[in-house]
Design a protein around this ligand. Sequence first.
Ligand code: GDP
Ligand code: CA
Length: 334
Amino acid sequence: MTTITVLAGGIGGARFTRGLLQHLAATEPEAAVTVVVNTGDDMWLDGLRICPDLDTVMYTLGGGINEEQGWGRPEESRRTSAEIAAYGRGWSWFTLGDLDLATHIVRSDLLRSGSTLSEATEFLCRRWQPGARLLPMSDTPVETHARLAMDADEHRAGDLIHFEEWWVRYRASVPVTEFVQVGLESAVPAPGVLDAIRTADLVILPPSNPVVSVGTILAVPGIREALRSTPATVVGVSPIIAGAAVRGMADACLHTIGVATSAEAVGLHYGSRAGGGVLDAWLVDETDAGALPALAAAGIRSVAVPLWMRDSETTMRLAADALALGARSGGRLS
Ligand code: GDP
Ligand code: CA
């Protein structure tokens, strides 16, 4: 039986994993997939614990995602948040629909009753049946904050604000000097995370944000080391196509850490395992085929294939390409 572990953020990781599961259902139904999900975007909002990436993955794999938005539920209403706003509470820049709120209420109740985030996630997934095991990267709260390079509304230059405020309220348009993962030093990987990396046949870094999604997961003490030492093959899929972030504003995150917005630069940023990094192999888009020699020179086996996840067919083909490249790149699949 093939076992695959994916380290995912929200929309990019969720869509890739959905295609992977559809491809496996048709070709290798006994394969088992674990998704280790970034929790650095989590926050408390009006007494509720919001886990944006876990919910995006759970809803996407479980058939409950708003496809146009890429997050939240379809056919939503906003009556509850309008009532909260009438009390002068709530965060005007963050939308929480009524259906989505039910998820946050149930999760917050479980957490307050003493459940870990892993246990709460498992409980929520009993309803959604995502077809993969979903693990938060850590049960310890870790929150990504952005340090502002200039004043913005009530914030002053140098202030740290929650990543979601920078991303959603400011659309990543206010320059930041660094990202700080608050709580990271004392965080430990959630139960099952290190084993899922160590015992997998293949580990995939899907086209998720390399800085604040995959980067945050890799920063949890022990996870990067597990990836560096696993006998599994590690294959990544570029979230950058032709110098652009495809969907979203990942370029602003890359700029902050001094990495160019290109498939080549992100591949080199992850680095080859032989050279101290985390990748054995890397998929770039056909339009980025010019990056292949530099990637090969850095010890990363790379191929150029279509990377746009336009629909289930193109996404399934991308997943098949990732599996095929993994099989050709050593480790347990070859
Ligand atoms: P978030 O947490 O919702 O921001 O989602 P992720 O971190 O999982 O992924 C966001 C990234 O996915 C974006 O910054 C894009 O670079 C990438 N992405 C989105 N759609 C596509 C696609 O169709 N193809 C590829 N290769 N990357 C994509
Ligand atoms: Ca996210």
